[in-house]
Design a protein around this ligand. Structure first.
Ligand SMILES: [Zn+2]
Length: 661
């Protein structure tokens, strides 16, 4: 009771003090507030306060291991008020003072003194001389002790790795608002809340001497940090593999996604040509810069918008034969085929009275399901799609997420281009069965195929795993999410076996990694253009490893390679390189057979320049087999390229691919 009585007494004393203070303040402000009231209130406040916003620090973007991908750094803007320079001096001396200011600023800022002098002489009352200046430079200017200089602090977004992962990170506007990528999608977390510094001033706009009653400070709340699923190291592997592929294939663009099939985490996502978000208004690479400079203004605008878009999420492409993996898994699940089924390809199949050719016009002859995928034999997939039927086929496309969106945490996800279920007809169904007449987003395809490496569980792909506050405490966790079961675990396991066969015995050899069981499928599809198909292709390869328990899926797409177009030559080596480096970096235990040193090896002869007939003879002599990739229509050609190349040491019985372009 006593305590409570004392509390009440204290409270009363406090209230008396507050009341007394209020009276005092009211007395000072006096009659203006009471007599003139609202009439002058707003006007007076505007005159007598200086309201300075205090910007919040934008949050950091991290990779999954805590490496900084984007951060805000302090920088400074330098203003000069020319009327303040040599204020009380005669005109001639004032002019000399302005020139001296220009010279000194030019020296510190490493700028042209004439240019600065010109802007100082423009008659403006205040001129912005430099922005985004670092602290050292700002301090040097302060040391010059020049009249009329104001230096204001600002923040600037900085991307320490330059162009790395720019298609994922995105860019911010000059005032620090996310415009694309993670910067846009997670802007509400990153931006923070700005504070204010309200400073009451006298009627001349001069600061009053400091006292608690005439200054109010609202602290800025810094933005949250975003921890992405990207791994800076894997990202660098993907980027360098694409740079190599660009050089080798002379393609227009190249793309790569590295995904964890078990979680849906995107470990890397790369796109070339790319830009440096520190300076996003031109391409990052020297050669592209040259190309860009030669374009017209409207072409440059188009170039930039294409470069800033994330193709892998926002756009669609023709997946070609990689799509056959989905058809095969549907057929296995629906029991319209099995691992022991055999098919006979005579080079074409007649569907609803229309003859549709296999890419290998001579026909693949008798083959098992596994071999049909390895050979990428079109008639087999036409047969399978027809047996599945349009209704079920489209139901599975729903299941695989091809008809909808994957739900990845990124703005403006694209949608697949599919023929209407009602209008596709038997020919439409047969052709989509082997991957023609369909366009998907790269993220859709890799997500769908990843379910085959994950016991049939389709994961929601994600780019961000958690949100942290400025002290590093986790404030929100983005859970991994199983969207659906696409096919049964049994079917998924059979698909893994089939994909592995494509690498060991089919067209996906270049995606292989010694010591690991790797699965893959390649594709080469002509790009759809208005009213038909272009000669340009999307050549791609989707690989997975280790097949005993897949931890990595890699999709590489080469847009319009010049010369050899096949995905097995243009994209598969990049998949192999990324898998090889990443498997080792992640310390994933090898699950494949070690190549024994005693194994017989033969040296591949040079068959470039020979006719196919002679090349076959030369290879046979060395116990090697000749083969051709998809899309070779006529086998009477002169070999212009071979894989593996002449001089390579390979096992007896290895297939050597012959290319006609
Ligand atoms: Zn065939």
């Amino acid at each position: 009771m006593q305590t409570s009585g004392r509390s009440r007494k204290n409270l009363i004393i406090l209230m008396v003090i507050i009341f007394g203070l209020m009276l005092l303040i009211a007395g000072r402000v006096g009659w203006v507030q009471i007599v003139k009231g609202e009439e002058y209130g707003e006007m007076a406040l505007e005159q007598q306060t200086k309201d300075t916003p205090i910007e919040a620090d934008r949050g950091i973007i991290y990779d999954r291991k805590g490496e900084v991908l984007a951060r805000s750094v302090n920088c400074y803007t330098v203003y000069v008020a020319p009327p303040e320079i040599g204020k009380n001096l005669p005109k001639a001396k004032k002019q000399a003072a302005i020139k001296k200011t220009a010279d000194e600023l030019a020296k510190v800022l490493d700028k042209d003194p004439e240019e600065i002098l010109e802007s100082l002489s423009s008659g403006a009352t205040q001129v912005k001389i430099a922005k985004e200046v670092d602290k050292d430079t700002a301090d040097k200017i302060r040391e010059c002790e020049l009249a009329g200089i104001t230096i204001s602090a600002d923040t600037k977004r900085s991307y320490p790795n330059g162009s790395m992962a720019s298609c994922v990170l995105g860019i911010v506007s000059d005032d620090g608002v996310g415009q694309s990528g993670i910067e846009l999608k997670y802007n509400k977390y990153l931006k923070g809340t700005s504070g204010r510094w309200v400073d009451y001033t006298d009627s001349n706009g001069k600061k009053l001497s400091y006292s608690p009653s005439n200054q109010k400070y609202y602290k800025a709340v810094d933005g949250y940090s975003v921890v992405t699923t990207l791994d800076e190291v894997v990202q660098s592997y993907a980027e360098s593999a694409l740079t190599d592929a660009m050089k080798k294939t002379k393609c227009d663009r190249a793309f790569a996604i590295v995904m964890d099939p078990e979680t849906g985490d995107i470990l890397a996502m790369a796109q070339k040509p790319d830009f440096d978000p520190n300076d996003p208004y031109e391409p990052a690479s020297k050669s592209e810069k040259k190309k860009f400079a030669s374009l017209s203004t409207s072409e440059q605008t188009e170039y930039l918008s294409k470069m800033w878009r994330n193709f892998m999420i926002n756009d669609t492409y023709e997946p070609g034969s990689v799509f056959k993996l989905l058809t095969t898994s549907m057929a296995l699940e629906e029991d319209v085929t099995s691992m022991s089924s055999t098919y006979n390809c005579v080079g074409f199949l007649t569907v609803a009275g229309q003859q549709i050719h296999c890419w290998h016009e001579e026909g693949h002859g008798t083959q098992t399901l596994k071999q049909a995928v390895g050979n990428s034999c079109n008639p087999v997939f036409m047969t399978l799609a027809t047996k599945i039927g349009i209704k079920k086929f489209y139901d599975y496309l729903d299941n695989f997420g091809i008809t909808g969106e994957t739900g990845i945490d990124f703005a403006s996800e694209g949608r697949a281009i599919l023929q209407d279920e009602e209008e596709a007809g038997p020919v439409g169904l047969a052709t989509i069965g082997f991957g023609q007449g369909v366009a998907v987003t790269p993220i859709q395809l890799i997500t769908a195929v990843c379910s085959l490496g994950n016991e049939g569980h389709l994961m929601k792909p994600r780019l961000v795993k958690e949100i942290k506050d400025a002290d590093g405490n986790v404030v929100e966790e983005m859970d991994t999410e199983i969207m659906r079961q696409t096919v049964s675990e049994e079917t998924a396991d059979e698909m893994k076996e089939i994909m592995e066969f494509v690498v060991s015995d089919g067209g996906g050899k270049a995606a292989g990694v010694e010591g690991y069981r790797v699965g893959a499928k390649t594709g080469t599809a002509n790009k759809a253009v208005r009213g038909g198909y272009s000669k340009d292709t999307y050549s791609s390869c989707l690989g997975m490893a280790p097949m005993s328990d897949p931890k990595l899926a890699v999709l590489v797409i080469i847009d319009s390679p010049k010369g050899v177009k096949y995905g097995s030559v243009t994209a598969a080596p990049a998949v192999g390189t990324i898998l090889n480096k990443t498997l080792k970096y992640m310390n994933i235990t090898p699950d494949g057979k070690e190549m024994t040193k005693t194994e017989e090896k033969v040296v591949v002869p040079n068959v470039v320049g020979k006719s196919v007939k002679d090349a076959k003879k030369a290879l046979k002599k060395k116990d090697l087999k000749a083969d051709m990739d998809e899309n070779v229509k006529d086998e009477n050609f002169t070999v212009v390229k071979q894989y593996p190349s002449a001089g390579s040491k390979v096992k007896e019985g290895t297939k050597v691919y012959l290319y006609n372009e």
